[in-house]
Design a protein around this ligand. Structure first.
Ligand code: ATP
Ligand code: MG
Length: 447
């Protein structure tokens, strides 16, 4: 993409309404624009990033054997009356009527819809296990939407639903989700710690929330510092292997890690004092096993091996896709702007032309731009006729992890400059070598 032809409405001033850094940078970097309280328009770069995160979620869900589909955002109230949640859900549910006076609502979550699809089509245990999921906009009429996409009213969420014959199978589905979520967050450059949580209105005994540690997080968390040494890395997992998934769950949840909702001071005191940590965290996901409460109330029954009709065991599993963008920025930025991890960056590298209009500089930038594009990478080429300082400030703000700087003086010596956004370190090298380095970083083969 050439910046002169892109739509990147960068703001010079820091918007006064934004209290936390991720909100400020998302507004300043032209990623989002508030449409009304807690509701945002996703401008091209914000939208591109949302798609990147969504793709990572889809890829990791596919590896775990989960099946994507899509539910409508507007739902009939009748299903929610069947499950008994319509009256109890409260003010967060946006309710409306259609022209015929039928009660409708904007989905805040979708247990009822998925259970309804399941009961309409699945009748035998032979079709189990089954995990269906969607990535779809949700609406919750939060009393105090704040911090930009962190606590919106409209937000983008992955929600998955598991259907199993027995509790044992359903707990495997729970463990499988925990493992696949660990991988998902790590690919986004995040450490998200599973913490024992409170099940809230969804109900059930088994639930973990995933928290990214950050000063601006809304949850107070208590944990054993050993947990931050864990990483999933690139280990291979067979998601059908019950023992292997169970072992990962135990590895990542055996140490003390809880939110304030489930914190137990006496238990925490058993952690060696030097390892006790109190911090703040951003909730980026939650998994639940809740048994048969929806399948019983809504009649989602299957025939078991003996021919008896039994309610299925269910779980639901969510990832806050739009909130994750804010969480990544909270975890990765400096005072100049965002620093995207390579796994999610909107463009693989920036190209800054120090002297647009200079024949040699223009030609070198073009050549680099074309070579990187031919490798299947997406560079963002700042070809605008602007001062170098302004170009650097924009690149730093939008946070591309690598920048190639091209100017007439360097070109006389046959070199360009390759700069890491994270470390700020620059190295001079011939253009071909800079291209090869970028190719290597992103795992593509330079020709
Ligand atoms: P919270 O406690 O933050 O209100 P929740 O526990 O009600 O969230 P879940 O029902 O577990 O939310 O939804 C799954 C995920 O969706 C959450 O882990 C969070 O990342 C995201 N999420 C929930 N509410 C919002 C919101 N208002 N804005 C943005 N993301 C949200
Ligand atoms: Mg939650």
């Amino acid at each position: 993409m050439r910046l002169s032809r892109y739509f990147l409405p960068v703001l010079k001033e820091t918007p006064s309404e934004a209290q936390i850094v991720s909100h400020r940078y998302m507004l300043r970097a032209g990623m989002i624009k508030q449409a009304s309280a807690g509701i945002y328009s996703w401008l091209p770069m914000g939208f591109k990033l949302l798609r990147k995160l969504e793709n990572i979620v889809h890829e990791e869900q596919a590896k775990a054997g989960h099946i994507a589909m899509q539910m409508p955002t507007l739902q009939s109230a009748d299903l929610w009356r069947e499950s008994g949640r319509y009256d109890g859900y409260g003010e967060e549910m946006l309710r409306m009527q259609d022209r015929h006076g039928r009660d409708m609502l904007f989905s805040p979550t979708a247990e009822e819809m998925f259970t309804d699809v399941f009961r309409s089509h699945v009748t035998s245990y032979k079709d189990l296990p089954l995990t269906l999921y969607q990535i779809q906009w949700k609406f919750r009429d939060e009393i105090r939407p704040r911090f930009g996409v962190m606590r919106g009213r409209e937000f983008y969420m992955k929600d998955g639903y598991t259907f199993d014959l027995t509790k044992e199978d359903a707990l495997h589905a729970y463990n499988r989700h925990l493992v696949s979520y660990l991988r998902t967050y790590e690919r986004m450059g995040l450490q998200a710690i599973p913490m024992r949580a409170d099940s809230g209105p969804i109900g059930g005994d088994y639930t973990h929330e995933f928290l990214v540690l950050a000063e601006t997080g809304e949850s107070e968390v208590f944990y054993d510092s050993e947990i931050t040494d864990l990483s999933f890395g690139d280990r291979q997992i067979d998601f059908d292997d019950v023992a292997q998934c169970q072992a990962v769950l135990e590895e990542f949840t055996s140490r003390y890690a809880r939110t304030d909702e489930t914190h137990d001071a006496a238990e925490f005191a058993k952690v060696p004092e030097a390892r006790q940590r109190t911090a703040r965290g951003i909730e980026v996901g939650q998994i639940f096993y809740f048994g048969t409460q929806y399948s019983e109330s809504m009649g989602a029954l299957v025939q078991d091996g003996d021919g008896n009709k039994v309610p299925v065991h269910m779980g639901s599993h969510g990832i806050g896709v739009s909130r994750l963008l804010g969480a990544i920025i909270e975890a990765s930025h400096d005072d100049k702007g965002i620093i995207w991890p390579e796994g999610v960056t909107p463009f693989h590298c920036g190209i800054v032309n120090l002297k647009t209009g200079d024949e040699a500089a223009d030609a070198a930038c073009e050549a680099i731009y074309k070579s990187l594009s031919a490798l299947g990478l997406e560079p963002l080429y700042d070809d605008r006729n602007e001062r170098a300082g302004g170009k650097f400030a924009t690149m730093d703000l939008i946070g591309l992890p690598w920048r190639i700087t091209v100017g007439p003086r360097g070109l006389k010596n046959g070199v360009v400059e390759l700069t890491s956004r994270r470390t700020g370190e620059s190295e001079e090298m011939p253009p071909e070598q800079a291209i090869a380095r970028i190719a290597e970083i992103y795992g593509v083969i330079a020709k």
